[in-house]
Design a protein around this ligand. Structure first.
Ligand SMILES: Cc1cc2nc3c(=O)[nH]c(=O)nc-3n(C[C@H](O)[C@H](O)[C@H](O)COP(=O)(O)OP(=O)(O)OC[C@H]3O[C@@H](n4cnc5c(N)ncnc54)[C@H](O)[C@@H]3O)c2cc1C
Length: 565
């Protein structure tokens, strides 16, 4: 099923106006790009085994997707639960593309991972009798969502892991340092990184890192799309760097939308949890008509992708930019959802009396850098973990609260593997000889305009619903943009981010074009049903001859089999 797409991604290295050999070099055993749940869990596990780890973050240490996580972390710790049941639920939500071995491994390790977090000082909400308080979300058949401070779980994980890593004698941090390009030695092993280092006030300077092992823990790419719950850092940098270095990217077409994001001009894109719909808030159109009961037997509590598509279609039919969430049948909504009530009030909406405008937004990138249970990729010396990785855990649709779990569990496995694999003599990377050989054109490029155009294109043509014509047009535009970005893009953090976003978007489009079926988070109006031929992963990689788009078959669960049922 492989096909070759000929234009290769451009490297930002062409625009570096300096000789790599003149740059300062920082050395460590393991270099972890990213300070979210996945990066910090990896760093702690490797450092506990004696490795010297350096953690890079684009901004402040705690500026991550992780800190925004609200719902909680899933783990089979309840009295009526078991890892087998958690595994079966995750497999069912994954729509036939989850890898059984990975799902089993991650769900089995969940309870131990939660204990580890508690030992590190993470505070979890408890019931009056002292037992852990457990919530329930879509797809989970039993209550298994652990949470902190109600909806501040991500903040608490980030705090606990941040404190433990900062206190560790073998972990160092480089904040405000953006990884730009992976570098290899003469045998093709990844062992170096070009980065831009500098605080928010000073102009970032190019530096090099040299390490025995390099780990991408760079999070997702929500910023590729106009509407997203993700913070600004989520520009898919890790995926772009990995692609250019020759790593396999997997299942990129699976982009998960959250159905209900507050949609008010000028307001932050505030995520309105499905707990509100569980409490009786209804989705209605402009005329006040409730539409979900006609779409799915579970109405507003249908799976996230079904609700997102139903909202999207209603928006198109009514020519409106949003629908509404009506709280009139919820008892005292302002007390039950104080943060939302506060935010809505600022914009003149009283929750009990006026419906809240909502629409779907990109929430999570299911696909990413293909990595195995140890986090290894197809590139020697390069590991991937967390949202930027694709292990097959989430299949074609992520079950809520499984991503924080993945970050902790997989992070610990990857850290252990790094420590075991580190050699005694450090390797040196081969300094490329041709540098700074392309000068940036004097023509003006507005990065703001470029970013806005990209996000609009992805939202319009690669969003909740796709089709061949829209995807082919998007592909053509992205190639054109990358062509002139190669000449005009400045060698700055912002310039490289835009190039990264365009390149990752192009790969998402190629994967979405290739998958001629609808499954989980990927919906094609021209192929609206799942196809048995497509019960496989999509893959995208760069070869000397072009970009190879193909498929990989993996150990999939048998259709309809659910171990725990
Ligand atoms: C609003 C919201 C609510 C959510 N709620 C939940 C929930 O309740 N439960 C759940 O399980 N999941 C939830 N998620 C998803 C979950 O938060 C993320 O999937 C998870 O936190 C990702 O962790 P990570 O460590 O992989 O990446 P992140 O936490 O995103 O961290 C990425 C790190 O990589 C760094 N980085 C990026 N690019 C570079 C670069 N070029 N160079 C150096 N560093 C770089 C960043 O600076 C950052 O430190 C939510 C997400 C959002 C946005």
């Amino acid at each position: 099923m492989d096909f070759i797409h000929s234009t290769l991604p451009k490297t930002p290295l062409n625009h570096l106006q300096a000789d790599l050999r003149s740059l300062p070099v920082y050395r460590c055993d393991a270099l972890v790009l990213g300070s979210g749940v996945a990066g910090l869990s990896t760093a702690l596990a490797a450092a506990d085994q004696g490795s010297h780890v350096m953690v890079l973050s684009k901004g402040r240490l705690d500026d991550t997707n992780t800190r925004h996580a609200q719902g909680g972390i899933a783990s089979a710790v309840g009295p009526t639960d078991s890892p087998e049941l958690h595994s079966a639920d995750s497999l069912a939500v994954g729509c036939g593309l989850s890898e059984t071995a990975v799902v089993d491994a991650f769900t089995s390790d969940g309870p131990a991972a939660v204990e580890w977090l508690q030992e590190l000082g993470m505070r979890l909400d408890c019931e009056p009798d002292g037992s852990l308080s457990l919530g329930k979300e879509g797809g989970h058949r039993v209550a298994r969502i652990l949470h902190s401070g109600g909806t501040a779980t991500g903040l608490e994980i980030q705090r606990a892991l941040g404190a433990a890593t900062q206190a560790h004698p073998r972990i160092d941090f480089c904040q405000y340092t953006s990884g730009i390009e992976l570098l290899k030695d003469s045998e093709g092993r990844v062992c170096g990184l070009l980065a831009l280092m500098g605080g928010s006030s000073s102009a970032p300077k190019p530096v090099l890192f040299e390490a025995d092992a390099i780990v991408a823990a760079t999070g997702g790419g929500g910023q590729l799309f106009r509407e997203t719950t993700n913070p600004e850092l989520a520009t898919g940098d890790g995926l772009a760097m990995a692609l250019r270095a020759g790593a396999d990217l997997q299942d990129l077409e699976f982009v998960q939308f959250h159905p209900t994001i507050l949609y008010l001009a000028g307001a932050a894109r505030f995520l309105i949890s499905e707990v509100t719909r569980g409490a009786g808030a209804h989705l209605v159109d402009r005329e006040g008509n409730r539409f979900m009961p006609d779409e799915h037997p579970d109405a507003e509590l249908a799976p996230r992708d079904v609700v997102s598509r139903a909202i999207f279609r209603r928006m198109i039919e009514s020519g409106d930019t949003h629908v509404y969430l009506d709280f009139s049948e919820v008892n005292d909504p302002a007390s039950r959802f104080p943060a939302l009530a506060r935010m809505a009030r600022e914009f003149g909406i009283r929750l009990a009396h006026e419906p809240v405008p909502v629409r779907p937004a990109v929430h999570y990138m299911i696909g990413g850098i293909r990595s195995n249970l140890e986090g290894r990729t197809n590139l020697d010396g390069f590991w991937a973990v967390g949202e930027c990785a694709s292990t097959g855990f989430h299949g074609a649709n992520r079950m809520g609260s499984n991503s924080l779990l993945e970050g902790v569990v997989h992070g610990r496995m990857v850290g252990q593997d790094l420590a075991n694999s580190l050699g005694t003599s450090p390797r040196r990377f081969l300094t490329p000889s041709l540098l700074g050989n392309t000068s940036v054109s004097g023509a003006q490029l507005s990065l703001t305009d470029m970013t806005y155009s990209l996000k609009s294109l992805m939202w319009r043509q690669v969003g909740v619903e796709r089709n061949a014509a829209g995807l082919a047009d998007a592909l053509h535009r992205l190639e054109t943009w990358e062509g002139y970005l190669d000449r005009l893009c400045p060698f700055t953090r912002e310039g490289v981010e835009v190039l990264n976003m365009v390149q990752v978007s192009r790969m998402v489009v190629l994967a979405a074009l290739a998958r001629e079926e609808s499954r989980g988070a990927h919906f094609r109006t021209d192929f609206p049903s799942p196809s048995a031929d497509w019960r496989c992963h999509s893959s995208v990689r760069v070869d000397p001859g072009g970009i190879v788009v193909g498929t990989t078959s993996v150990a999939l669960p048998a259709e309809g089999v659910s171990k725990g049922s």
